[in-house]
Ligand binder design. Structure first.
Ligand code: 5AD
Ligand code: SF4
Length: 483
């Protein structure tokens, strides 16, 4: 676990150590000297901006990047008018890639007016060889490019970039390594993501994640528990355990352990009051997990259970390894055992070969399960995945119409599900001062719903009781109940 290491005591004029994480601390010390020098030359501080695209995993990785930049002596900037701008990219859908190119176009101009500016790119999109080729050819103004497997080497790569060694590119094809004990800077003082595993072995036929995040690797439970203990001591009361498929956690460890057992151990940690996790694959969701959730006082009443499609035929083509009936049965068991749970999901429309009949099966599952919320996506062809080579792609107009129909059903159900809590009192973790109205605070319930209510910013990070007075579609307006 990360310990405070005095970077100023590291001798950066000797050879760097070979072993990790000592090597990265050496480079952090080196970056600090380089930043100090440039700061003096320019007479003003060096600023940075980390922009994150994509999922919770990337958000957590960005906290690692931020931690290292702060150790190196950079100051945070409110936006991309900064001296060091890094995009932590996502490539799960084509749109995510297009956004990055859009941002780069704007930065190119920015860099002309600030010659000290450095631009870096990392994350999933960089693991695609075609992307890197394009960057090398047409985006020479990008100073640093690295991928998902070697993010732990950021300090070393940053030092090379600050030394001005031309365009620095370092992409690994894969890794077995998990480097622990590096600094990071949490976005919220009171809640934190915790990686429990990396990569994915499922190879859903539409999904690029296994190619860009590599094979599944679980962290050792002792490392995870120690990290959470330290977080608790540091004031964190809510943790979100992160992995592409948390239900298969621990299976490949030398001493295997189930996800349910890991949760039981996290539950024992004093100071932690809420536990969340993301994401569950329905095929691996065990009865043990349902029972652990049911018995738990800390695991939040929310389960994200991606459906992707309601048609058994399409699920097979997607390589999801469950049928419509198995999914429905699982959802029913979960609802029966934990009646107050919120179920949310991900759904893709327009997968190759999806017929109107297949789509109606999806609507049928949505109607039967009555999700509290659903993230709906239009299928996006990802080069290199098996689905990209499938012939019968669905015409765009058809996909759009299905998407709209799905969205209205999802929203109708979500509204009704949200409304069922009206006039109840719920415990919320107070997370934010409302952006538009600073007299309001925003709290998150165990089931992930948000409520806005009048209150003092000093309450931030505490867990309080709030009465839900008025349902406004997908959130509530409420009042704080004094203890
Ligand atoms: N096209 C559209 N949606 C996708 N997802 C993953 N790959 C694709 C793709 N190629 C969605 C899935 C997944 C979520 C994170 O993104 O629904 O659960
Ligand atoms: Fe992609 Fe499937 Fe792995 Fe999720 S489980 S990351 S959808 S391959």
């Amino acid at each position: 676990m990360y310990q405070e290491i005095d970077l100023d005591k590291i001798d950066i004029y000797t050879e760097p150590p070979i072993e990790e994480p000592a090597r990265q601390y050496y480079y952090m010390a080196k970056c600090r000297k380089l930043v100090e020098k440039e700061t003096k030359q320019r007479g003003r501080p060096f600023t940075f901006c980390v922009t994150t695209f994509g999922c919770q995993m990337n958000a957590r990785d960005s906290e690692k990047l931020t931690g290292i930049l702060e150790q190196a002596g950079f100051l945070p900037a409110p936006d991309e008018h900064a001296d060091f701008v890094i995009y932590n990219t996502c490539t799960v859908r084509e749109n995510a890639n297009l956004k990055v190119y859009g941002h780069l176009g704007l930065l190119k101009h920015e860099k002309k007016s600030n010659p000290h500016m450095r631009i870096a790119l990392c994350g999933c999109m960089m693991q695609e060889p075609k992307v890197v080729e394009k960057l090398k050819k047409s985006y020479r103004f990008v100073d640093l490019i690295f991928g998902t497997h070697n993010i732990f080497k950021f300090a070393e790569l940053l030092a090379r970039t600050l030394e001005g060694q031309g365009q620095v590119i370092d992409i690994w094809e894969g890794t077995d390594e998990i480097v622990e004990d590096l600094p990071l800077e949490r976005k919220y003082p009171f809640k934190s993501g915790v990686n429990i595993m990396f990569g994915c072995n499922n190879f859903c036929s539409y999904c690029i994640v296994p190619y860009v995040r590599g094979r599944e690797r679980s962290r050792r439970p002792e490392d995870i528990l120690q990290e959470i203990e330290m977080l608790a001591q540091d004031g964190v009361s809510e943790v979100m355990l992160l992995g592409q498929n948390v239900n298969s956690y621990g299976k490949t460890l030398k001493t295997p352990i189930s996800f349910g057992e890991l949760l039981r151990r996290v539950e024992q940690i004093e100071g932690i009051r809420r536990i969340r996790f993301m994401t569950s694959h329905p095929k691996d969701l065990s009865e043990e997990l349902i029972q652990v959730m049911k018995a738990s006082e800390k695991i939040c009443r929310h389960l994200h259970l991606p459906l992707q499609s309601g048609s058994t035929r399409i699920l097979k083509a997607m390589n999801r390894r469950y049928t419509k009936e198995q999914y429905l049965d699982l959802a029913e068991r979960i609802r029966r055992e934990i009646p107050d749970i919120s179920l949310t999901t991900d759904i893709i429309v327009g997968f190759p070969g999806e017929t109107e009949e297949d789509f109606l099966e999806t609507l049928d599952v949505v109607q039967r399960v009555q999700y509290d919320n659903a993230y709906t996506f239009i299928y996006s062809k990802r080069t290199g995945t098996p689905a990209a080579a499938m012939e019968n792609q669905v015409p765009e107009a058809e996909v759009k119409s299905r998407f709209d129909r799905l969205l209205s059903l999802v929203q109708e159900n979500a509204r009704a599900r949200t409304a069922r809590f009206a006039d109840t009192v719920q415990e919320v973790l107070i997370e934010e001062v409302n952006e538009h109205d600073p007299s309001l605070l925003t709290g998150r319930m165990s089931n992930n719903l948000l409520v806005h209510f009048p209150g003092d910013a000093a309450l931030m990070g505490s867990i309080r009781k709030v009465r839900l007075n008025e349902c406004r579609g997908f959130y509530y307006m409420g009042t704080l109940i004094s203890d």
